[in-house]
Design a protein around this ligand. Sequence first.
Ligand SMILES: [Zn+2]
Length: 231
Amino acid sequence: MTTRAVIVGAGGLGGPIALSLARSAELVIVDHDVVEMSNLHRQLQFTAADLGQPKAVRLAAAVTARGGTARGITAAWTPEAAEELGGDCDLIIDASDDPATKFGVADWAVANGRLYVIAAALRHGGNVFAGVPGVACYRCLFEDPVDAPTCADAGVLGPVVGAIGGVAAGMALGLLAGDRTYAGALLAFDDLRTVPEPRVVRFAPRPDCPACRRAPISPLAAPPVRVAEGP
Ligand SMILES: [Zn+2]
């Protein structure tokens, strides 16, 4: 059976994620933006020939050129449009630069019983959340989007997006293969210049989490057992 994955965001994180998954899944890549000169130094999937072109379409072409199957859709991913934007996927990855989109992707995945990965990079670090139906969700941990600075405002070190994107892709492959080692955990990389190992943040489902309450496979069916932080 063909594995299908949606990647939301075709920029610094979406690039390495899509190229890493090129031979492992049929991809739908969703991004509303076009390639700009200021993107080229950390969005290595693009060259000057792509300037002004839609990122989703150009990244899909890069995947196809490497023997993969990908469709690029130039649109902003929203929960309302999710069904049209690869709604039959097995797994969805958020590689966007927008907190509201991250929560939208996570909530949609929880509500529809899909695997999901939420990736974020900022300045010198980032984090990757591995979402699986039936365990604590992204909203259990973060509750609501905060007004955080974006990469466009605060900047991100070029190699950081490659590293975080690689971890996100690896996590996606593990989840698709049935590996639940990090199910419902957040891997937090505080500063990749000095500490390459992540903090693995594990937490119990939040009893009043609105996403988990609505989920067809909800962790709230069983009582929360522990709140712990590792390793
Ligand atoms: Zn939850």
